[in-house]
Design a protein around this ligand. Structure first.
Ligand code: SF4
Length: 370
């Protein structure tokens, strides 16, 4: 009986790391170029079955059908904003039906042609870190995405942008659902495939991984030569305020973050980005700006001031233009590199995670106890 079950269990090829996939193809006796062809079908061409892999022999396809499977996420729905932003809700392919979001944010030249196309991907179903301003945090954590499920989001959106704009996406940011460094292995593996010429073929300089400040993983990333950029979701510049909106800060505070960030820079020599959601009458005072200036000087960095997309049920609100301008002036007067990121897609569902929340769904694991 046990033997029969063994035979039935198929290997999900997109859950294998590149090294494991190589072992798998070696065991099948595939020559190097055949293994490359299989890899390209999985990640670059986004095949969802072996039958599509027409440059592999019929015998090989039959053999693969017997022992392995290709899982692929699919578009459940999409919403397009007046400003061109498209928000996707994907259904994951697996025993349990989970959904995650990704957003494609286009920039246009004055003549209307597409310039920069950025995709914001999810790395987890839900998130356990419970930041008070975040719709995904309210869901709790359900499961990690595989690296294949992360690459699928980009591959599928690439097909759409090629059709719509005649070009592929040129930036990927890991700022969708989930805390990317809490799913470290899959995120790093996916970033390698995104930057592989046989995969999605993006420069690692065009890939940014964000974190709420998981210091151990920041150091791990510092020691690996991935070439991707790091962004810290800061959102408050002193421990008292950060504790109020980001529970992780109670166990990993700004002093520990400073140490990790300095380690990162000493190893990579790469500047990093701080993401700072500016909330009305919470973190927008002169003192907040001065605290932020101090943080900006830990290592070479830039600050992205982000205009918040209000989320239903969240008391924190988007700051007004006057306060924003006053805040920005303090930063620029102190020679801090700071830019404002206007919210996009205001006329479609706002905060990340809102589409994926299911009515009546039980909450997953969370740092925040009800
Ligand atoms: S902001 Fe990021 S880390 Fe915080 S709850 Fe949302 S997804 Fe999780």
């Amino acid at each position: 009986m046990e033997k029969e079950l063994d035979v039935v269990k198929k290997t999900d090829l997109k859950s294998l790391s590149t090294a494991e996939l190589k072992e798998f193809t070696d065991e099948l006796g595939l020559m190097g170029y055949r293994a490359d062809q299989l890899y390209q079908w999985l990640y670059q061409k986004g095949a969802s079955s072996f039958d599509e892999m027409t440059n592999l022999s019929k015998d090989l396809r039959a053999k693969l059908n017997d022992i392995a499977e290709v899982r692929k996420i699919s578009i459940h729905s999409k919403q397009e904003s007046k400003d061109g932003t498209i928000k996707f809700l994907f259904t994951l392919d697996g025993p349990e039906e989970y959904k995650v979001e990704a957003v494609m944010i286009p920039d246009f030249y004055p003549d209307g042609a597409a310039n920069r196309l950025t995709v914001c991907v999810s790395s987890q179903v839900g998130c356990m870190f419970g930041c008070s301003f975040c719709a995904t945090g309210k869901m709790g954590f359900f499961r990690n995405l595989t690296h294949g499920e992360i690459v699928d989001q980009v591959q599928i959106i690439n097909e759409l942008t090629e059709e719509k704009f005649g070009k592929k996406i040129n930036n990927v940011v890991y700022m969708g659902m989930g805390e990317p460094l809490h799913n470290y292995k899959a995120v790093i593996e996916s970033a390698k495939i995104l930057s592989d010429p046989l995969g999605i073929d993006l420069s690692p300089r065009r890939i940014t991984v964000s974190t709420v400040g998981l210091t151990k993983q920041i150091k791990q990333l510092s020691d690996e030569d991935t070439g991707v950029n790091l962004a810290i979701s800061l959102h408050a510049a002193d421990d008292e305020k950060r504790n109020k909106i980001m529970p992780i800060n109670e166990s990993l505070n700004l002093e520990q973050l400073e140490e990790a960030v300095k380690y990162y820079f000493s190893k990579t020599q790469k500047p990093l980005t701080y993401e700072y959601l500016l909330f009305d009458d919470f973190n927008d005072s002169r003192q907040d700006a001065l605290n932020l200036v101090k943080i900006a000087r830990w290592v070479p960095s830039k600050i992205n001031i982000i205009m918040y997309n209000d989320v239903a049920g969240v008391k924190l609100k988007r700051v007004g233009e006057t306060r924003l301008n006053q805040f920005m002036k303090i930063l620029t007067d102190k020679d801090v590199t700071a830019t404002v990121r206007r919210s996009r897609g205001d006329d479609i569902d706002a905060g990340c995670g809102q589409l994926a929340i299911r009515e009546g769904q039980k909450k997953g694991k969370s740092l925040v106890k009800e």
